[in-house]
Design a binder for this molecule. Structure first.
Ligand code: GLN
Length: 497
């Protein structure tokens, strides 16, 4: 007998709307699953009581036939989104007891669409990392294991609590943020769909800033259809964010036809690089072949500045971070440590409050912005950033979408790469370019490695091509027929049907 935990939101929604099941039953099932999987350390703050109260309100609306579009969706929220009255730590000691007096626009949009927040999920401190290992709450654990090996693996990062939670079935969808890959990489390593929208599609208001010219919010879901549903209700113009775009948000779901006949899909030769796991390379070729069989044309392209994207990112992101994080001084909110003078108070607060990786980024950022270094690093990085964007603009004259792997390797063991920041930075090699260029990109689970771990493929599109990009991703999802054994195994505490 099927468990309601096995259904994606589009399937669950029809059962809720037909009153076959109640929102309360759904939320109870997810809470139960979250309790059962606490060892994964996916949630850092649980809001189960308010979730149950919201479920009752959802049931009232469902009863009256006034259901909202995401009515009853059990949602997990990365702990970087400010949630009114609910502790928001950003996985940092400096904000450990911070309770925001306001709500981020994206989370408020989703709640207004009927989504129910189960809690806040773990991340790398200030979203700086690719593993959740830099979190002050400790690492989250990937529910996936290598075949015959019980070792704990990382769920990716920085949105690793979100990916662990959706993969484990302790939420049905989760919010992430992506500054250099933090939605797509964890989605790929946990067998999920993860989408970073075009810069400006979703408001950044109320998202704790890391690198403001790169940060975007997006969904992590089981299926492309759910990504389309969630994105539609997150996105939209917000006068409180001057970089948010004022354009109509289409009904993304209505574009999911799976028809890619005649589309041109570009394969950038620069992504076929040393260090790319051969199994991932083979899956990349197979994915191109699926597109060919579905009637798309595969075109070899070049993105010549790809090699510079990572170094440019690791100048621009820390530069912006060092300036954004200057506000944590112990004066207005967050941690405050005493000192004999005001300078000493600042120093003690920041030394105590920030972890090693955040401190490293602040130091790099301050250095590249300092007079004497600014022209050589920051300004030059901005010029190369423009070149990276031009590469994409030229490529999109020839092709509709670009297909690449999302990551160069599968999920690694907890503890690995922690003392080697450069190895960790290489995690983002295939994802940072799109943040620099502001483009939308989506990771779709496309197959398993020999050791039984999920692998993701990335599709990149031109600015604001979300509707057709989601359709191309849907076609890839349909061809790949990826089935997460984790969802198949979800137990029947709440049997239905
Ligand atoms: N891993 C990258 C970093 O550490 C990306 C982080 C992100 O997208 N938030 O900067």
């Amino acid at each position: 007998m099927p468990s309601l935990l096995k259904l994606d939101f589009s399937a669950l929604r029809s059962k809720l709307f037909s009153k076959e099941i109640k929102a309360r039953e759904v939320v109870e099932a997810y809470i139960h699953r979250a309790e059962e999987t606490r060892h994964l350390n996916a949630y850092v703050t649980e809001t189960f009581d308010s979730a149950l109260a919201q479920a009752d309100t959802s049931d009232e609306r469902l009863q009256k036939g006034e259901a909202l579009p995401l009515e009853g969706l059990p949602l997990a929220i990365k702990d970087i989104f400010c949630t009114k009255g609910v502790r928001t730590t950003n996985a940092s000691k400096i904000l450990y007891n911070f309770v925001p007096p306001y709500e981020s626009t994206v989370t408020s949009n989703l709640k207004n669409a009927g989504a129910i927040c189960l809690g806040k999920t773990n991340l790398d401190e200030f979203a700086m990392g690719s593993s959740t290992m830099t979190s002050c709450h400790g690492a989250s654990i990937n529910p996936w294991k290598r075949k015959g090996d019980a070792a704990d693996l990382i769920p990716g990062g920085s949105s690793g609590g979100s990916s662990a939670s959706v993969a484990a079935g302790s939420s049905l969808a989760a919010l992430g943020t992506d500054t250099g890959g933090s939605i797509r990489q964890p989605a790929a390593l946990c067998g999920l769909v993860g989408m970073k929208p075009t810069y400006g599609l979703c408001s950044r208001y109320g998202i704790i800033a890391f690198a403001s010219s790169l940060d975007q919010a997006g969904p992590l879901t089981r299926t492309v259809r759910d990504a389309a549903l969630v994105l539609e209700h997150m996105a939209g113009h917000d006068p409180k964010d001057s970089t948010s775009m004022n354009r109509p948000i289409p009904n993304y779901e209505s574009f999911l036809k799976g028809d890619v006949k005649g589309l041109k899909i570009g394969i950038p030769k620069e992504y076929d690089r040393e260090g790319l796991n051969p199994e991932i390379k083979a899956l990349w070729e197979k994915s191109a072949q699926w597109f060919r069989e579905m009637g798309a044309e595969i075109v070899d392209i070049s993105l010549p500045h790809t090699d510079y994207a990572l170094p440019v990112y690791y100048i621009i992101a820390p530069a912006e971070a060092s300036s954004n994080l200057a506000r944590y001084d112990g004066v207005r909110y967050g941690l405050r440590m005493d000192g004999k003078s005001i300078d000493e108070m600042y120093q003690n607060t920041r030394t105590e409050g920030f972890g090693e990786e955040v401190t490293r980024r602040i130091l790099i950022g301050t250095y590249v912005l300092s007079s004497g270094c600014y022209e050589d690093y920051y300004l030059r990085a901005q010029k190369v950033r423009r070149k990276v964007l031009e590469d994409f603009t030229n490529a999109f004259q020839k092709v509709d979408f670009i297909l690449t792997p999302t990551t160069a390797s599968e999920a690694f063991k907890v503890g690995k790469n922690l003392t080697d920041p450069l190895a960790m930075y290489l995690q983002d090699i295939f994802t940072v370019s799109t943040n620099l260029a502001g483009l939308p990109a989506i990771s779709v689970p496309a197959g398993l490695s020999g050791s039984g771990l999920p692998l993701g493929m990335q599709l990149i599109g031109p600015s604001f091509s979300e509707a057709s990009l989601l359709n191309a991703a849907y076609a890839l999802e349909t061809a790949a027929q990826f089935k997460s054994p984790l969802f198949e195994e979800l137990k029947c505490h709440h049997p239905i049907g």
